[in-house]
Design a protein around this ligand. Structure first.
Ligand SMILES: [Zn+2]
Length: 228
């Protein structure tokens, strides 16, 4: 998690929208999505409202006026665009976890390879335990765009910042949308390194005690420092 990332409540509504647009362009630039795929959201300074990217709109021409603001019931209050088709997934993460301030769904290629074979990404790198909470779990297969997908994915994010969406991609959460971007990049980088390490030999697990201690760091930071 980046030290400078502010909680949404510490920002103005316009600053939150600018962050969402910047991070949406960043996931495209980083190769985590192609075309109009993926979606990005942030809690607004009002913690019961969410700002999210619109459906089917190119990232390079998207403006802050295209971003939509919705209630937890899905009612659209602002924005020229239509809410992302994965609206339910984003809203479920915010409803279930008050500490979550940002959510990103992407199709990061190496992480998606793990999602295709329904294998968790093992937390074999120390920083992964600190930043993501441990192994990146795989969700049960659920059809894209449904409320059921939101419930299934969110259920995996109680003690993790990332989850694999079976046969689809990844979802990451954070204190802010910037933190969710960092979690997305850490997840993809870990998947790439683990994939490569398996070509070289059998990766060696981190000692259990270190894993537990670092997992406690993640829990402490999430409980004490994320709170909206
Ligand atoms: Zn998708």
């Amino acid at each position: 998690m980046s030290a400078t990332a502010k909680r949404p409540k510490e920002s103005t509504p316009d600053e939150v929208k600018a962050e969402v647009l910047r991070v949406a362009r960043a996931i495209h630039a980083a190769g985590l999505v192609v075309g109009t795929a993926g979606n990005v959201s942030s809690r607004m300074p009002d913690p019961d409202l969410v700002c999210m990217t619109p459906s089917s709109m190119p990232y390079d021409t998207m403006t802050v006026d295209d971003l939509v603001v919705v209630t937890f019931d899905g009612e659209q209050l602002e924005g020229n665009g239509k809410p992302t088709t994965e609206k339910a997934l984003h809203l479920e993460c915010y409803k279930r976890y008050p500490e979550v301030g940002g959510v990103i769904h992407s199709h990061a290629p190496y992480a998606s390879m793990f999602a295709l074979v329904h294998q968790p990404i093992p937390a074999l790198i120390e920083e992964v335990v600190i930043y993501l909470g441990g192994d990146v779990p795989i969700c049960e297969y659920t059809t894209t765009g449904t409320d059921a997908l939101g419930v299934e994915v969110a259920s995996k994010l109680g003690d993790r910042s990332a989850a694999l969406v079976a046969n689809h991609g990844i979802v990451c959460v954070g204190k802010s949308v910037d933190d969710a971007l960092h979690a997305s990049l850490v997840t993809e980088r870990t998947a790439m390194i683990v994939w490569g390490a398996r070509q070289l030999g059998s990766p060696v697990a981190i000692p259990d005690k270190v894993n537990t201690d670092f997992g406690n760091v993640y829990t402490f930071v999430r409980e004490q420092m994320w709170q909206a």
